[in-house]
Design a protein around this ligand. Sequence first.
Ligand code: ATP
Ligand code: MG
Length: 404
Amino acid sequence: MRRHTLTAIDVGTTKVATIVAEVGDNGGLRVTGVGITPSKGLHKGLVVNISEAKESIRESIRKAEQASSFKIESAYVGVTGRHVSSMNNRGVVAITHGDRLVRGDDLKRVLACAQSVKVPSDRRLLHVIPRTYAVDGQPGVKNPVGMHGFRLDVETHVITAAVTSVQNLVKCIRGIGVDIDDLVLEPIASSEAVLTEDEKDVGVILADIGGGTTDICVFKDGSIWHTAVLPVAGYQLTRDIAIGLGVPFDVAEEMKKRYASVMPVYEAKMETENPISQDGHGVSHQDLCDIVRARVEEMLRLILLELPRSDYETLVPAGLVLTGGSSNLSGLDILGRDILKLPVRIGLPTHIYGITDALNDPAYATGVGLLLWGAHHEDTATWKSGMFDSALRRILSRFKSLFR
Ligand SMILES: Nc1ncnc2c1ncn2[C@@H]1O[C@H](COP(=O)(O)OP(=O)(O)OP(=O)(O)O)[C@@H](O)[C@H]1O
Ligand SMILES: [Mg+2]
């Protein structure tokens, strides 16, 4: 069976995760190496100190190379942060062939048309994702190739990002000598790893609550409908604990991970009455849980407010899927169901095998999702900054490997 290797780098606010995997012909991903390091030089998903960020990324890449015995030359990289914005757009073209048959190049033309949105010079296009097609006004067509018609319409989800933020991240990774296969919006990557096709069909919200950002995307009728990035996540929870209980940040972080629970008050009463201590700081368990629960309730409501419509039950009957490191908070799914009156589940990364023990945590949904996204979009992956540039580089690197 033909196999080739892909790499993903998830540069998060709290950790950098580099994952190397082999893709088989059946599309399965066999993880061969993982490198995880705490990240430095990042704030709310953005690089704020290039040399520090570069060091963390370098270390994570080194560990993954060592584990997999594979030299990483290029990688799929995640993008997040407040600078990301999205909108839905349309494109339309006439089918001009004599037989009126929709062909692959018509798809390319109609997507190019939908792509011709006015992007300000300080922003760059990250994704133009086809959501649905219509042939001669008949909507809901998933793949129009092979159909007959005079007119082809496409609805797309267009995502743009600030040039400077993307440049800083790219500079860190290229500076280490690793090329970029493609940049992928993090919630889109996470959705590849944790959502089922059924959930995407009926309608679902995915929220990846990490350290610095909560990345959100909404799927409806099998395609992406809305994306957003909120600048609140695990860091704010820890800060609230540190301020509220008067303990240092690292003690608060440890208390949060070990003892915090957001179980609704009536469920958690017995447990929370015992006091807890950490590194010589004693606090009431009840106070710790109350602080975290207040902020988490607010975060859950903010996630729902991101939906463009308020008829949640009909829009997203599959409810909310939570992932990211902060979704490890005990009781989060129960509290979510209580407040939002929707189904809520925690999403772990799926579709991988091999050395996956280290990845069996919602914190690695983005990293695994980047690999899955890469495996599904390899043929079209062209980093938008220089399609030609990177295609040329890929050809050159193939030549290099021939002569190695
Ligand atoms: N058991 C736990 N309970 C509560 N929070 C937890 C737990 N384990 C990890 N976290 C939190 O998860 C967060 C890290 O999550 P994750 O690794 O997904 O973030 P990241 O990808 O580095 O950041 P981002 O995606 O926001 O840039 C930290 O804030 C950490 O405190
Ligand atoms: Mg993350």
